[in-house]
Ligand binder design. Sequence first.
Ligand SMILES: C[S@@+](CC[C@H](N)C(=O)[O-])C[C@H]1O[C@@H](n2cnc3c(N)ncnc32)[C@H](O)[C@@H]1O
Length: 365
Amino acid sequence: MRQKERRSGHKPPAGSPGHHRRDERPSRPAKAEAKPATARETMREATVPGANERPLKSRTGDRPLERVPVILESSGAGDFHLIDSGNSLKLEQYGPYRIVRPEGQALWQPSLAPHVWEKVDAVFTGDTDEEGTGRWRFPKEALGEIWPLHLLGVDFYGRFTSFRHVGVFPEQIVHWSWMKQQVEAAGRPLKVLNLFGYTGVASLVAAAAGAEVTHVDASKKAIGWARENQALGRMEKLPIRWICEDAMKFILREERRGNTYDIILTDPPKFGRGPNGEVWHLFEHLPLMLDICREILSPQALGLVLTAYSIRASFYSIHELMRETMRGAGGVVESGELVIREAGLDGKTPGRALSTSLFSRWVPK
Ligand SMILES: C[S@@+](CC[C@H](N)C(=O)[O-])C[C@H]1O[C@@H](n2cnc3c(N)ncnc32)[C@H](O)[C@@H]1O
C-alpha cells in the first residue's frame, strides 16, 4: 500500500511495496507494439528507463482544458469520519471504533482534550515512519482482526493490518461518489476498470450502481479480502471480474485485444510488485500506464481518474502528464488534492483540512 519497502529480510507478498528493492529495475527487453498509429499519432521510442513494454505515443492534438487547483474535500461518509488530528496523529471513527494512527501532515496541535485521545479502541504503534510496519494496541479490550463497515451503500470489512491501514481510503469517496453518479446517470451499463483496486470498495460501489466492473490487483490477499467484502454485502451476483495480475501487464493485453472501458480508476502505489515479480515504480511507469489507459478508454468514455499518494511531486506533475496524454481528446483535466475535513466527535463540526493525496481526472466535459 502507501508505504515504501519493509526493512525485514523476508520476501513480502506481491502488490506490497516491501516486495520491491529500490535498486531493482525491470529487465525485460523493449517490445514494439503492433498496433498502427492513428493519423494524429505517430510512435516514438520510449525514453523512460524501465518503462519500455511499448513505446509511448506521440500525441499531437490540443491539450484538454484545465481546471486547477481543485481541492476535493470530504467530511466523512457512512461509518467514517475524521474526529481530530494533530501532533503527527489522527483520530478517526470507523464504525464502532475510534482509532488513532500516525499522520505526518498533522503538524498542528489536537483540538480535543488528551482524555478523548486516550479513550480509544485501537492505536497503531511501533514504527511510526510513514512507510513502516507496526502493531496495534487495544487500550480498552482486545479486538478481533476484522469488523464490518458501510460506505456509499456497500458493506465491507475493516481490518487492523500491519501496514497501519484498515482496508479503505475514505478520502477516495469523492471519486467514488462521482463515479456512482456517472454510472447511475448513463442509461447504459458502463464498463469500469479499477486498477490497483485493493479491497474492492470502489469496485463494489460501481457494480452496485449498475456497472460491469473489472478489478485488478497484484495481491492475492487483497483480492481475497475484496471477495469477502462482496460476500458480506451479498453482492456475489454483481458483474465483477476479480483479476490478480500486474496492472501494467493487464492493460497492455487489453490494448492488444482492443477491449475498452468507460471509466478507469487508477490508484498506483509509489512502489509495488506484480504477482510474478513485475516491478511497479510510479515515476518510471506512470507515463506509459496513462498512455495505455488512454488507448483503452471507450469512444464514449466518461473519465480517467488518477490518484497518487506519498510522492514527492506537485499535483502539476500528474496534471501536465494527464493533459499531454489526453491531447486531442477534448474535455477537461482537473487536478489538485484530496482532503478530509475534521468533523469532531459528533461528526458534524467542521475543523481543519487534512491533505491525503494528489489527483488528476480527465472528464469529457
Ligand atoms: C494504493 S493501494 C489502492 C487503494 C484503493 N484503490 C483504495 O483507495 O481503496 C495499492 C494497491 O496496489 C496493489 N499493487 C501493487 N503493485 C501492483 C502491481 N504491479 N499491479 C497491480 N496491483 C498492484 C497492491 O496490492 C494494493 O492493493
